[in-house]
Design a protein around this ligand. Structure first.
Ligand SMILES: O=C([O-])C(=O)C[C@H](O)[C@@H](O)C(=O)[O-]
Ligand SMILES: [Mg+2]
Length: 431
């Protein structure tokens, strides 16, 4: 029997409007970069994926093109071995100090694997979740993801706003620089999307102000709305323990208060609150020391960083074995990534914590039918074959034009911040 091979491999970098959000590494640029990968088989079945945009990743994708064209999309193990032979395994430390992961090859794996799974799903007429062992839930809950931010809509408007915007569209453009504005942002976001838990991206202001914002959220939403805060490793061990104790009983978990597995383990011993990470245990190579040290309770996986959806399922088994919970990290993204996250979220066992998503911060979309819908804070698992979403080629072309016009080629929040505060410098530990 002859199986159709991959005959085309398309790499399209895009730039997506992103508001001026603040984080430990600085400020988001007016556009967030993504790369859309499309594989097409000899019988014209197309599979897509979306990953963080970065010119180095795009170059690695270009390098993998001749290796992937001619392969059978069902043979994902073989494809992985070919890519490993070409690129080698990256070291855990290659992720770098920024909140986001700076590795390249994991992104290449992830983009090709998700596109292959999309193709396989379309060939056998089943959703991707069925290729991950099947659905454990019909809809996947997400958490509100709050950001300190400057006023502004991002994109061409940058720090300007659209005077005709209403509801969440207006709130997305408003400034959030103190506890009262954070509470207002949370109310608008939860009203629009129905989220039932809330995360605050910290590491922006000194800890006292950020913990006050958590206390204000607790006051405004009451004890039944779980809260989290993520200073992206900018706190010392002492600061993490001091404020961790103050938030005990108020937050459901504390995310990456400090840097490195040893420091996280020291904080974990001192607190009753669970610790979560997408910074200290971020690859399979980090698992042995995570287990030995006891650095976290919850691993915030991200299929873009863990090498794809099947690799993420492998991580769920490791988590089960070693008593870790698993939830999900995110970055600015569109519907192809969201669909992949939902298929994975529907398959994972012991779903205890609503997943992160930046989706409310984006207004662009590249899938037909427009923005994906949330029901009571959850996204129903797409039922169509593969990812269950189709590429909107006109929208893709428009966002590719944005990419060419905006001049950005990789994320650098420090440079963006220095445009506003010239003396500002990224620090691995600040408070
Ligand atoms: O949980 C996290 O660390 C993130 O979501 C990382 C992101 O890069 C976030 O800091 C952002 O979008 O600014
Ligand atoms: Mg985090």
């Amino acid at each position: 029997m002859k199986f159709p091979k991959i005959k085309e491999f398309h790499i399209t970098p895009i730039a997506v409007v992103d508001p001026p959000l603040l984080n430990a590494a600085g400020l988001h640029a007016p556009y967030a970069l993504r790369t859309v990968v499309e594989l097409v088989t000899e019988d014209n079945i197309s599979g897509v994926s979306e990953i963080p945009g970065n010119i180095d990743i795009d170059k690695a994708l270009e390098r993998s093109k001749p290796l992937i064209i001619g392969q059978d999309p069902f043979q994902i193990n073989k494809i992985r071995d070919i890519l490993l032979a070409e690129f080698g395994t990256e070291k855990p430390a290659d992720r770098g100090f920024t909140p986001w992961d700076q590795r390249t090859v994991v992104h290449v794996f992830s983009s090709i694997e998700v596109a292959c799974l999309d193709i396989i799903g379309k060939i056998i007429n089943r959703p991707i979740v069925d290729l991950l062992g099947g659905k454990r839930r019909d809809a996947v809950p997400f958490s509100a993801y709050l950001f300190y931010k400057y006023e502004g809509a991002g994109g061409e408007l940058e720090f300007g706003t659209d005077p005709n915007a209403t509801g969440w569209d207006a709130a997305r453009q408003a400034s959030a620089l103190n506890p009262a504005e954070i509470v207002a942002q949370a109310k608008a976001m939860c009203k629009e999307f129905g989220f039932q838990s809330i995360k605050l991206k910290g590491g922006v202001f000194e800890p006292r102000q950020e913990v006050d914002a958590i206390l204000a959220l607790h006051e405004a939403f009451g004890p039944n709305v779980p809260l989290r805060i993520d200073p992206n490793a900018l706190w010392t061990v002492e600061t993490s323990i001091k404020y961790g104790k103050e938030m005990e009983g108020i937050i459901e978990y504390l995310e990456d208060p400090c840097r490195g597995q040893e420091n996280m383990a020291a904080v974990r011993k001192a607190l009753k609150t669970p610790l979560a990470t997408n910074m200290c245990t971020t690859s399979f190579g980090d698992i042995p020391s995570s287990v030995q040290l006891g650095s976290e309770d919850i691993i915030l996986s991200d299929h873009h960083f863990w090498g794809g959806l099947q690799e993420s399922m492998k991580l769920t088994s490791i988590c089960e074995t070693f008593g870790r919970d698993l939830s999900m990290h995110s970055n600015s993204h569109l519907g192809i990534s969201l669909a992949a996250m939902v298929h994975l979220g529907a398959a994972i066992p012991n779903f205890k914590y609503a997943l992160d998503t930046h989706y409310p911060w984006q207004s662009d979309e590249i899938i037909l039918g427009g923005r994906m819908k949330f029901e009571d804070g959850a996204v129903p698992v797409p039922s169509g074959p593969g990812l269950g979403v189709e590429l909107d080629r006109a929208a893709l072309a428009k966002l590719h034009e944005n990419y060419k016009k905006c001049g950005l080629t990789k994320r650098n929040d420090e440079i963006e911040m220095q445009k506003v505060q010239p003396d500002w410098k990224f620090m691995a530990t600040r408070w």
